[in-house]
Design a protein around this ligand. Structure first.
Ligand code: IFM
Length: 512
């Protein structure tokens, strides 16, 4: 099959029927698709990526660094949470994690070996400002300068996420994200980073998955600080929107070369039926889970994720906040893992019980009296060991949706990956034969190539993750890495998926 036929054929397989949502600016699918659409070998072989495409990998400070109390670092809410009995599966903590704090030269050498062009990492706020405000810990700055030098020497673009969930405990003690003063503290932190590292870093994203940490930390309480009040979530989310705007300005003021974007968790959502109620519920889900921190930046307004009026009072909105939030981003970054099927629900809160809140629950928001939708992850296609349904077509739908919504912005896929528990296999010389991860990325990347062919301006893809690491409440019971880490001795073994991904990065194609 030639390239043209491949693309035409795969578009037909996808069969998307995107409609404009009424008055929301949100697209909604007419009905839930029930299969991923099998990809044939010719489709994989025909997939191409543009010259200069930025192949990358991602990590996050608390998940990999360790050194939790060294060189002046302060305590974070994840330190406190993981040190509390019963919070983390297997009693795991990030105290040592992958020891990336010391072993970063070795890890950056892996990125280089695998032909990577972009390294997305996050900075530990408590390493820079131990209590989250005030004096700067010079040892923290010096550490990240050394890391950046190593990344640049390897010919890799540093992509810095300012906040990947590890709030300094000192700021939680002041009320945490529901306290709008944190927007100002975050802007100070952003300015410190841009002033000290802006000569080395040009690509910045203020927040990783802002909906997740505000909702899980303050709305449902399954992540630290473990508070469960929906109006606290509304307040926390509003502070984060203000903080995103203030940080954007602080970074740009300190570094003329800086570009600022996002790293939102997103999930393409499909209505369960073609009914008006399910379509409206899907639009609310999309507004809440996908656009709540994007529409605010791009257009200075909240998308209406609510039944009825936007609850400005409950979120602590003040006159003029629109202007603070509005900072048209230089590019839009988002993650893709899986999809949701959405239906209208009553006002009663529905939440899956007993989950330790990995990505499964993270993106699977449940409704309440404000939002009144039920969002379910289907299980029609294979499920990863991490518990997520594999749905390659979702990345195509999501990329095309965001392209349409925001007038064809530059897009970066900031994360995508899968949890599989494959381990080194001795008869094969210690290789990690994780064929399922290769199949996952191959199918998904073919769908991404299709989106690029159809006009989406995607310039980067970051696989989650460079290393097996601390998977939040699941501790070390999940492995998302393209490099296997033996947590007994910190030995790294590049998995077969990592070797394959390195060849893809070199060739810009998938049939390698
Ligand atoms: O490990 C997480 C990461 O921190 C945020 N996105 C999803 C990953 C896998 O669950």
């Amino acid at each position: 099959m030639d390239r043209r036929n491949f693309l035409a054929g795969s578009a037909a397989i996808a069969g998307t029927q995107l409609l404009r949502g009424s008055g929301t600016g949100i697209s909604a699918q007419t009905a839930a698709p029930h299969s991923a659409g099998a990809l044939v070998p010719e489709q994989i072989a025909a997939a191409r990526f543009p010259d200069g495409f930025l192949w990358g990998m991602a990590t996050a400070s608390y998940q990999v660094e360790g050194a939790w109390n060294e060189d002046g670092k302060g305590e974070s809410i994840w330190d406190r949470w993981a040190h509390t009995a019963g919070r983390i599966r297997g009693a795991g903590t990030g105290d040592v994690a992958c020891d990336h704090y010391r072993r970063y030269p070795q890890d950056i050498a892996i990125l280089r070996q695998l032909n990577q062009k972009s390294y997305r990492f996050s900075i530990s706020w408590a390493r820079l400002q131990p209590s989250g405000r005030g004096a700067v810990n010079q040892k923290g700055i010096d550490h990240y300068k050394r890391v950046m030098d190593a990344v640049l020497q390897a010919g890799i673009r540093p992509f810095c996420t300012l906040y990947h969930w590890d709030l300094p405990q000192g700021l939680e003690d002041l009320g945490g994200w529901p306290n709008r003063d944190l927007a100002g503290y975050f802007a100070d932190y952003a300015g410190i980073l841009a002033k000290n590292l802006g000569d080395k870093i040009q690509v910045w994203a203020p927040f990783n998955m802002p909906w997740s940490f505000t909702n899980l930390g303050y709305g449902t309480g399954v992540f630290p600080p473990g508070r469960a009040k929906y109006t606290d979530f509304l307040k926390a989310a509003h502070t984060v929107n203000l903080a995103q705007g203030e940080a954007f300005r602080a970074i740009k003021a300190a570094s003329s070369k800086a570009t600022v974007g996002s790293a939102c968790g997103m999930c393409p959502a499909y209505p369960k039926t073609g009914s008006e109620a399910d379509r409206a519920a899907t639009a609310r889900y999309n507004a809440m889970n996908n656009l709540y921190f994007l529409e605010t930046a791009m257009r200075g307004r909240y998308p209406n994720a609510f039944v009825g009026e936007i609850p400005y009072q409950a979120m602590g909105f003040r006159p003029g906040d629109n202007k603070i939030m509005q900072v048209p981003l230089d590019w839009i970054g988002f993650h893709y893992y899986t999809r949701r099927i959405v239906s209208a629900s009553g006002p009663a809160a529905q939440r899956s019980a007993g989950s330790l809140a990995t990505e499964t629950e993270d993106t699977g928001a449940a409704g309440n009296e404000y939002t009144q939708f039920s969002a379910v992850m289907p299980t029609e296609n294979p499920i990863t060991d991490g518990g997520l349904e594999i749905f390659p077509r979702g990345i195509y739908d999501l990329v095309m949706q965001i392209s349409r919504e925001y007038n064809h912005p530059i897009i970066e896929i900031t994360e995508s990956g899968c949890g599989y528990l494959d381990t080194p296999y001795d008869p094969a010389g210690g290789h990690v034969p994780d064929a399922r991860r290769i199949a996952f990325f191959r199918a998904e990347l073919a769908e991404l190539a299709r989106a690029i062919h159809d006009g989406a301006r995607v310039r980067a893809f970051h696989a989650w993750s460079l290393l097996d690491n601390f998977e939040w409440n699941d501790g070390y019971t999940q492995r998302y890495g393209l490099t296997y880490v033996d947590f007994r001795d910190q030995k790294r073994t590049i998995k077969n998926s990592g070797l394959w991904y390195g060849r893809v990065a070199a060739a810009n194609r998938l049939d390698v």
